[in-house]
Design a protein around this ligand. Structure first.
Ligand code: EPZ
Length: 429
């Protein structure tokens, strides 16, 4: 596994262009296989999850033409199968979107049960409950989820017990091809859901209300060609905004949608950072001391759970006691032990972490447990004097395009060390 080596203490300065949203792209690529026309996608982030999904689509017979680093043309007409290969699917959880899109295309899907993740249990009961409501028969055996509908899915009125991004999108994909109207109640409202709905409508779907908690989907019988530009990644943008505050620097994140970052902007201002918002960019500057903060994660438009690890790293620099409550996932605190190895004073009780900030972090070897925890450890390394080595950096590559390059462009002293057969190859900065 690769490692990322950081020589901390530099303040980040400059501008960084934000890539396309991972959590929109990993749903839009599976959705593309519902089309029998030609699909052109741009502003795709060049990350491992996108590469894995493109490989899965190719394996299923979709014609693929890469148009540079961030764009692709797809021809799904020749799609031949509905059983994506396990060795690719196991690499990413979001492959569960293949259930909804293959059901829409074929009325059948056989998808390996999605792998676990280091955020605690990741059930898909709401996805399956919704598919059953649409008339899908579901069998789970030998690690496979086998979904089949006798003739066509029928629209249904589905009330989600849990506000779930994945279930909302997956059911939108399937219902788009069901007969009649489907209403999703208690739907999640994330911007990525709106982006997927816009893409589906561009292919000919009839979806209204995405972005609210009630989504109405009138099924259609076929999906045609479409062009789509993926929205910017609000989590990547928030990561760089928090890194700017954490290092005491001044950074402009460009090509963002500020509306998607309102909770993050508000929280950074509350912590004492200066934040200025323009139509497509946000400027962040740490002016003086950081202030402690009580932070609670919630589904959108609340503070995003994906930035909880980053906010924890940041709050170690705020003098005083901060309380972080993780309301979305059980056990999304795997990064706490790693931050404590760097001297952070953090106590976890159930869903709450109490951070005693103000003491400087000390550089140390640490391990990334998931992509956002990995990003948080890199930011902690930027804050700490000395050399921090973050191992298992592949986690970060799943969701951040050119992470070290973008940080180096902002003045960070950071290198990736590729471990060849386990031998650490160390290069000078
Ligand atoms: C999406 O995961 C994102 N992933 C996650 O981002 C993000 O943290 C999460 O939404 C919350 O915003 C993608 O979009 C690919 P959920 P998802 O279903 O859809 C429970 C990242 O770092 N739940 O909204 O899997 C679940 O356990 C990743 O980019 C059920 O109980 O999240 C959790 O507690 C990490 N049953 C809560 O709902 C279900 O059937 C929210 O999960 C589904 C979910």
């Amino acid at each position: 596994m690769d490692t990322i080596v950081i020589n901390g203490g530099n303040k980040l300065h400059g501008k960084v262009r934000i890539s396309g949203a991972k959590n929109a792209a990993v749903a839009i690529l599976p959705a593309a296989l519902m089309s029998t026309g030609k699909i052109s996608l741009s502003n795709l982030p060049d990350i491992n999850d996108v590469r894995t999904l493109i490989a899965i689509l190719e394996n299923l017979g979709v014609g693929i033409r890469r148009r540079g680093r961030n764009a692709v043309e797809l021809k799904p007409a020749r799609l031949r199968g509905y059983s994506p290969p396990y060795e690719l699917v196991k690499k990413m959880r979001a492959s569960y979107y293949l259930m909804g899109s293959l059901l829409a295309r074929f009325g059948r899907a056989e998808v390996p049960i999605p792998g676990g993740c280091d955020l605690g249990p990741r059930p898909i009961d709401q996805h399956l409950k919704g598919f059953a409501a649409l008339g899908v028969d579901i069998e789970i055996e030998h690690g496979l989820i086998k979904l089949k509908v006798a003739n066509k899915m029928r629209g249904a009125h589905i009330y989600l017990d849990v506000v779930s991004v994945g279930a909302t999108i997956n059911l939108m994909l399937a219902a788009a091809a069901a007969e009649g109207r489907t209403v999703l109640e208690n739907a999640a409202k994330e911007p990525e859901i709106v982006d997927v709905a816009n893409f589906l409508n561009a292919m000919g779907a009839s979806i209204k209300g995405a972005g609210t908690d009630v989504i109405r989907i009138d099924g259609v019988s076929q999906f045609g060609s479409a062009e789509h530009i993926v929205i910017p990644d609000r989590i990547e943008a928030g990561t760089f905004m928090m890194a700017a505050a954490a290092t005491g620097g001044e950074v402009v994140v460009e090509e963002v949608i500020p509306k998607h970052l309102e909770a993050v902007t508000a929280k950074l201002r509350e912590m004492g950072a200066a934040v200025a918002v323009e139509p497509e960019r946000i400027w962040v500057k740490r002016t003086g001391k950081l202030l402690p903060s009580d932070l609670k994660t919630f589904p959108y438009p609340g503070f995003p759970t994906d930035l909880q690890p980053l906010s924890m790293a940041l709050l170690t620099a705020a003098e005083g006691t901060s309380i972080i409550t993780e309301n979305v996932f059980d056990g999304r605190f795997r990064h706490v032990d790693e931050l404590k190895r760097m001297g952070a004073q953090i106590k976890v009780e159930g869903r709450t972490a109490v951070v005693e900030g103000g003491l400087p972090l000390s550089a140390a070897p640490v391990t990334a447990t998931d992509l956002r925890a990995g990003a948080a450890l890199v930011v902690a390394g930027l804050m700490a004097e000395g050399e921090t080595v973050v191992s298992e950096a592949e986690h970060i590559d799943r969701g951040y395009e050119q992470f070290e390059e973008k940080l180096r462009g902002l003045g960070a002293s950071i290198k990736r060390v590729r471990s060849r057969s386990g031998i650490m190859v160390r290069k000078p900065y």
